[in-house]
Write a protein that binds this ligand. Structure first.
Ligand code: UD1
Length: 371
C-alpha cells in the first residue's frame, strides 16, 4: 500500500490554532487514508488561556509533538524552535510543512523545513505592513520567500508577492522548480469565524459585557513593548472610555507592561484574563466597537459587522479600511460609508482551496521551492 501524503502543521501562537482548525476541517472532508496530518506545537504560547483553551474550544486533538519552548528573546526563541523542529522533521519526514501567519513559530517552521528540502506551504501569505520594525513583518517576508505554496487571503496579497517577484507569470497553483505557486485561497479565518459564531451564540456573555460596551486588545511588541506608545494608546482608550464601558482581555505581556510603567486605564476599562476563541467571538458579537492592535480581530470585526479602531500606524488588512468598517486610531473618526459587502477575504471556503491545491500538486509535482 502506498504511503499517505503527509502534512505536518507547525503552530505555536493562538491565531494559528484557529487557522489550523479551519484547515483540519477541510482535511476531514477528504477521503480517509489518503492524507496523514500531524501537528507540532512549538509552545510559543503556553498559558492555558493562550493555548489549551483554543484546542478545547475547537475540538482539536492534542498536538503530536509539543516543544514547550516558551518565552525568550526573538533570537533565542526562534533559534530553539529551529533546532527542535528540525529534529521532529527528521524523525517524521513529512511531504509538506504547513506554516501559518507571521509569528516566530512560522519562521522557525519554514526555515527548518526548507533547509531539509521539505516544501513549505504558507497560509496567509503576501501580507505587508511595510514596517520592518515589526517582528511579524520580518517573519512574513522571509517565510514567503522560502515557501513552495503561497496561500493568499486576497488578490492584494498576491499583488504584493508579484511585486517581490514571487509567482508572477506562473500559472496559479503549480509550483515549478525554484518558483512558488501563488493561490488566492481567501482567508481561512473567515471559514473559522462562521463556525465559531454559531457555537458562540449559545454561550453566556463574558464578564464585563454591559448594555453598551467596547472590546479592547493590545498584544503586539510594537505597542506593548514601547512605553511611550503604550501610554499614548492608553490615553486614546481612556478618551473612548469616557463614553462607554470597555472590556479588556489583557495579554500577559501587556498587563505586565502597564504595571511596570504605571500606565493607568480609566475606571470604565475592565481588565479581564485573556479569553478563549468562542468567548471572544461572543463578546465581539455584542460590542459597539473594537479597539485593537491585533490582525485577526480587525477581520473578525469586519466579518461580524462591528466597527473597529486599529491602534496602529498602519494595517496589513487594507480592505477592512476601504470597507469603512475599520479605521486607524489617528484617522478616527472616519467619514467612509460602511459597505454591505464583507467578502473581501473570500467566501468561507479558503481551507478547502488550500487542501485541494496541496493534494493535487502532491500527486503531480512534489518539488521544493529551493530545489
Ligand atoms: C505572538 C506573535 C504575533 C501574534 C501573537 C498572537 C511573534 C513575533 N509574535 O506575539 O505575531 O499576533 O503571538 O497572540 O511571534 N506570554 C505569557 N504567556 C503566554 C505567551 C506569552 O505570559 O502564554 C508573555 C511572555 O511574557 C512573553 C510575551 O508574552 O515574553 C510575548 O510572547 P511572544 O511569544 O513573543 O508572543 P506574542 O507577543 O503573543
Amino acid at each position: 500500500m502506498s504511503r499517505p501524503f503527509h502534512l505536518l502543521h507547525v503552530v505555536g501562537a493562538r491565531p494559528q490554532f484557529i487557522k489550523l482548525f479551519a484547515v483540519q476541517q477541510a482535511l476531514a472532508r477528504h477521503p480517509p487514508g489518503a492524507i496523514a496530518s500531524r501537528v507540532l506545537h512549538t509552545g510559543q504560547h503556553y498559558d492555558h488561556e493562550l493555548s489549551r483553551v483554543f484546542f478545547e474550544d475547537l475540538g482539536l486533538p492534542a498536538p503530536d509533538d509539543h516543544l514547550d519552548i516558551g518565552s525568550a528573546s526573538h533570537g533565542r526563541q526562534t533559534g530553539m524552535m529551529l533546532e527542535r523542529i528540525e529534529q521532529v522533521l527528521l524523525a517524521r519526514r513529512p511531504d509538506v510543512v504547513v506554516v501559518y501567519g507571521d509569528t516566530n513559530s512560522t519562521l522557525a517552521g519554514g526555515l527548518a523545513a526548507v533547509k531539509l528540502h521539505i516544501p513549505v506551504a504558507h497560509v496567509e501569505a503576501g501580507l505587508r505592513s511595510r514596517n520592518t520594525a515589526m517582528p511579524e513583518e520580518i517573519n512574513r517576508v522571509l517565510v514567503d520567500h522560502l515557501s513552495t505554496w503561497l496561500f493568499c487571503p486576497s488578490p492584494a496579497a498576491a499583488a504584493n508577492l508579484a511585486a517581490e517577484g514571487l509567482g508572477s507569470g506562473r500559472p496559479a497553483g503549480s509550483p515549478e522548480r525554484g518558483h512558488p505557486a501563488v493561490v488566492v485561497s481567501g482567508d481561512v479565518m473567515c471559514d473559522a469565524v462562521s463556525h465559531a459564531a454559531a457555537l458562540a451564540a449559545e454561550r453566556r456573555a463574558p464578564a464585563g459585557a454591559t448594555d453598551r460596551y467596547g472590546v479592547l486588545t493590545i498584544h503586539r511588541a510594537e505597542t506593548a513593548g514601547d512605553p511611550a506608545r503604550l501610554a499614548e494608546v492608553a490615553a486614546f482608550v481612556n478618551r473612548m472610555a469616557g463614553d462607554l464601558d470597555i472590556v479588556f482581555p489583557a495579554h500577559p505581556r501587556t498587563r505586565a507592561a502597564l504595571d511596570a510603567h504605571r500606565i493607568r486605564l480609566g475606571d470604565r476599562v475592565r481588565v479581564v484574563a485573556p479569553l478563549g476563541y468562542l468567548d471572544m467571538i461572543r463578546l465581539l458579537t455584542g460590542a459597539t466597537v473594537v479597539l485593537t492592535d491585533s490582525g485577526g480581530l480587525q477581520k473578525e470585526a469586519y466579518w461580524l459587522r462591528v466597527p473597529c479602531i486599529t491602534l496602529r500606524e498602519e494595517t496589513e488588512w487594507l480592505e477592512t479600511i476601504e470597507s469603512g468598517w475599520n479605521v486607524l486610531y489617528r484617522d478616527h473618526p472616519s467619514d467612509r460609508p460602511r459597505s454591505e459587502d464583507n467578502g473581501a477575504y473570500g467566501d468561507g471556503r479558503a481551507a478547502d482551496r488550500v487542501v485541494s491545491a496541496l493534494v493535487e500538486q502532491a500527486a503531480t509535482a512534489p518539488v521544493g521551492a529551493g530545489g
